[in-house]
Design a protein around this ligand. Structure first.
Ligand SMILES: *[C@@H]1O[C@H](CO)[C@@H](O)[C@H](O)[C@H]1NC(C)=O
Length: 449
């Protein structure tokens, strides 16, 4: 085996955008919507007479990709010069108690226009916005029964932090947009507040009206202690505090080894487009590998992204049964992407890409340093595109690995923050330190075309 040396070649989206602006005036048909385009989408939706109700809250805005044959023919330089593919956005917004879907043309960002509008009339709701989660969490603070429960537990309001939990679907069509709010003890600056749930207390919130419509304080359980659960670097006890291996040095005498043109990445015998979506996170498109024998490019993957991460908890208790999270479509992997930390998530010579999405008001939000490219030296050299997403008590590392033999693999690594329960039942798993937790499934779905 070769030593586990890791080289990181990373990409600055901002740099990449500048390069794109210099080398080709037109975006690649699969480039994520720019801040200018996102702003144009917002103006077109707000100016549209198709929806009279106000306010309009934006839950999703993403690229409405052109059809595959058009995109493929666009890669031919002559075709690309002859025809400009339209730039369109798909929008999911809420207004007047309804879910609206818009297609907006922003090919000319000075004259954006809504090209179609529909109302979603089936069950289900769009992704939570960050703003509504913050507002829903805050409601408990002013709610007298909750304050009374805290007082009885001997807790101050500042001792607890709450989260918004999607409800799952159990066969009943609910017209209201509801979510549950559950809380954790944060007092003492614990690193693991998910280990300290306030079990027995659940609030039911109408997220649209921002009112509490149900409250349960059914039992008082002791809150699990957090001693010995700090696994952060430098804080963990045995066996994590032993000798640290000698630091490695990254040497790339012949440069970074890959090239970026706009959002196209070229490395070794690979070429692909790297995109971003507020729901799916990283989107890899048009990955081709060069076949040296035949001297031609072979298409390997038209498009690949995580379509869902489904997280059902295996516990029928009142506080847990509805924990059936859809992390991509309820919380958004792109929205939940966190800045990659140099020398922790990626080695020292990393550079990074930014992404853009919209807030509830439809205004562009920049998410910095969320995607990197890495070459890893294992028995062979591979290129890895990485994003780290934090949804609740999970950190997901979403990797795409490219190998010079022409193979591409998606990997999802799931890192669970310590999650404990006092209300121990037959469905719990208790570990050696006496901490108990629900058994949780993780089902990951990829969309590969
Ligand atoms: C874009 O729209 C503006 C405003 O309507 C118009 O003046 C301009 O000519 C348009 N540009 C193109 C290339 O069509």
């Amino acid at each position: 085996m070769y030593p586990p040396l890791v080289l990181v070649l990373a990409i600055f989206f901002t740099v990449a955008t500048t390069i794109a602006a210099m080398s080709s005036p037109l975006p690649h048909p699969l480039d994520l919507l720019s801040p200018t385009e996102l702003t144009a989408v917002r103006s077109a939706v707000l100016a549209s007479s198709l929806v009279a109700s106000r306010p309009i809250s934006f839950h999703y805005v993403g690229l409405d990709e052109p059809k595959k044959p058009d995109v493929l023919s666009h890669t031919n330089a002559a075709a690309a010069a002859a025809a400009i593919l339209p730039r369109r956005a798909f929008v999911i917004a809420r207004a007047g108690g309804l879910s609206h879907e818009f297609y907006v043309d922003v090919t000319n960002t000075s004259a954006p226009r809504v090209v179609s509008h529909g109302i979603h009339d089936g069950p289900g709701f769009p992704m939570f916005t960050t703003e509504e989660q913050v507002a829903a969490r805050q409601l408990s603070r002013e709610y007298p029964p909750f304050r009374e429960s805290m007082r009885r537990c001997g807790l101050a309001l500042t001792d607890v932090g709450c989260g918004v939990f999607s409800m799952g679907w159990f066969g009943k069509n609910e017209a209201r947009r509801l979510a549950k709010v559950q809380c954790f003890v944060v007092a003492g600056g614990t690193a693991n507040y998910y280990a300290r749930p306030l079990e027995g207390v659940t609030l039911l919130v109408d997220v649209k009206k921002l009112v509490i419509v149900g409250y349960r304080d059914r039992a008082a359980y002791s809150v699990p202690k957090d001693e010995g659960t700090d696994y952060r670097a430098g804080k963990a006890g045995p066996p994590f505090n032993g000798a640290v291996p000698a630091p490695g040095v990254v040497v790339q005498p012949e440069g970074k080894g890959f090239h970026i043109d706009g959002h196209i990445v070229r490395w070794a015998n690979w070429e692909f487009h790297m995109g971003f979506d507020m729901r799916a996170g990283t989107v890899i498109s048009m990955a081709s590998v060069h076949d040296a024998d035949a001297d031609l490019w072979r298409r390997v993957l038209y498009r690949g992204f995580v379509s869902e991460i489904f997280v059902p908890y295996m516990d029928p208790e009142e506080e847990s049964y509805f924990h059936t999270f859809m992390d991509a479509s309820e919380y958004g992997l792109g929205v939940s992407a966190v800045p990659l930390q140099p020398e922790a998530d990626c080695p020292a010579n990393a550079a990074y890409m930014d992404g853009y999405y919209v807030d509830a008001d439809g205004k562009p939000v920049k998410s910095e340093n969320i995607i990197s490219s890495i070459t890893e030296v294992r028995p062979d050299v591979t290129l890895v595109v990485r994003m780290v997403v934090t949804v609740g008590n999970y950190d997901y590392t979403l990797d795409w690995e490219f190998k010079t033999v022409g193979l591409a693999y998606p990997h999802i690594f799931c890192h669970l923050h310590t999650l404990c329960q006092s209300n121990v039942n037959a469905f719990n798993y208790c570990c050696c330190k006496g901490y108990c937790s629900t058994i949780i499934d993780h089902v990951e779905y990829m969309n590969i075309a």
